[in-house]
Design a protein around this ligand. Sequence first.
Ligand SMILES: [Zn+2]
Length: 176
Amino acid sequence: MPETEQNNNTDQAQKASGEGTSLVLRTLPDPILRDQCRAVEKFDKKLRRLVKEMKAVMRNNDGIGLAGPQVGFSSQFFTAEIEEEFLFLANPQLVETSQTEDELVEGCLSLPGRALRVARASEITVTGQDQKGKKKTLTLNGLWARVVLHEMDHLRGVLISDCGLPVPPAQEDNSG
Ligand SMILES: [Zn+2]
């Protein structure tokens, strides 16, 4: 299956996730969330259209990050947006992680209503490719490091329910 073709194998009711997109947000127990995603090889118009729609899905759902499998693509890419700064990254690879970790409460658009406390490296260096396939290297910290690590987990089928600790529901929620 080409990586820009949506996989519709799901038992769940399908509903588009809002204005500006026909993408369907996948939630547990959709099995695509457990896939080991394939590398992105084609950086074409289709991919760039998809990225625009993913941005709409994030905005419609108050999310700050969204990975391919969350909208039906078992493919190694994600989008993120924090305070109007947008990031797309394909085929991400961690090249460095700090020894120090921070703990923060995270949410996930694929686990509606859940919030979990997750420890993650406070600084990372990651390589990957932009929408045109151009290689880039990013050094990130704080919330940016966190969201990128959260989305990279999605690309290998890992969810916050696998690595987080429960917290009282009143606490802060950073949905990704
Ligand atoms: Zn998530």
